[in-house]
Design a protein around this ligand. Sequence first.
Ligand code: ADP
Ligand code: MG
Length: 156
Amino acid sequence: MNINTIEERQTISIAEQLAALLGPGDIVLLTGDLGAGKTTFTKGIAQGLDIDEPVTSPSFTLMNQYSGSIPLYHFDLYRIEDPEEFLELGIEEFLYGKGISVVEWSEKLPELPNSYLQVSLKLGADPEGRQIIIEPYGGYYQELVSKLRQEVFSDE
Ligand code: ADP
Ligand code: MG
């Protein structure tokens, strides 16, 4: 699924629509350059989960936990230099835990989960525009993406 957003609000709204389809244990891996909108996308997911607390990137703590309609575990692995570090931190159990995990810089994970949703954000020529590519890995996420597609494109 490929969407070109023309402003931040639209990125938030797509993430919010995605959140409505997510359930406990779901994993969203976010990739994209600095400033591409990974944290912005996570804010949208948090809004969709009725989280009122402000969402900021856990650059130093590597993971923030929020309690919403479903718990949200927000990872930012930017500072990890060696994938083994992730295992040493003992936060892997959250990734496979009962909440929804959203992982910025998921390239740094020591290994990919068996199934997950991949969201890639890309900067373009327009400073307010972003290309968002949403790809399912695993049958469950395939169904989720087809539902999301219906939701997002029925709004247009
Ligand atoms: P990252 O976490 O990938 O480093 P952020 O979400 O922190 O990126 O920053 C993205 C920046 O780009 C924010 O300042 C946001 O306001 C801005 N922005 C502009 N247009 C968009 C858009 N269409 N979607 C997402 N963010 C956008
Ligand atoms: Mg970020």
